[in-house]
Design a binder for this molecule. Structure first.
Ligand SMILES: [Zn+2]
Length: 150
């Protein structure tokens, strides 16, 4: 038996009556957030209305999904509206980082990240001093503007 919920504002409330729930579900605006990260990449967060948790714990009622781009098909589930908003923002950032990385040319293997000097470089990005520098995924995602470093 699935647990169904409706939204009261941004607050999920359990709904035992299937007919009431179905009527609500068909007409309600269940969108928490929708972001067009790139022309062909969208991140959408919705209220699912049905608990997605399988192993007990707090009900998972919200879901963020990525459509298109390098993280296509990625999903995250949450219990509350505010968690869903936060999760939406962080998944958008991840998608942006992945897109930025995908746009960079690959770095030949065997060199070290020139930003953190702590990880293998996997991509080349424009260096503040001109030319290119090898960066690791984490540093490429930080996407520092040239000259912004201390
Ligand atoms: Zn690095």
């Amino acid at each position: 038996m699935m647990d169904r919920y409706m939204l009261d504002g941004t607050q999920p409330v359990p709904c035992a009556d299937l007919l009431t729930w179905r009527r609500w579900f068909e007409t309600a605006d269940r969108t928490v957030a929708k972001t067009q990260v790139a022309p062909d990449v969208e991140v959408r967060t919705v209220f699912l209305g049905v608990d997605q948790s399988w192993h007990g714990g707090p009900p998972l009622l919200f879901e963020t999904s990525v459509f298109g781009g390098p993280l296509d098909g990625e999903t995250e589930c949450y219990s509350t509206w505010s968690q869903a908003e936060e999760g939406h923002a962080s998944l958008c950032a991840e998608v942006q980082a992945a897109l930025a990385l995908a746009r960079l040319p690959p770095c030949p293997p065997g060199s070290l990240c020139e930003v953190c000097l702590d990880a293998p470089a996997i991509a080349l990005q424009p260096a503040p001093w001109g030319g290119e520098r090898g960066v690791c995924a984490a540093c490429a995602a930080t996407d520092q503007a040239p000259g912004a470093e201390a």
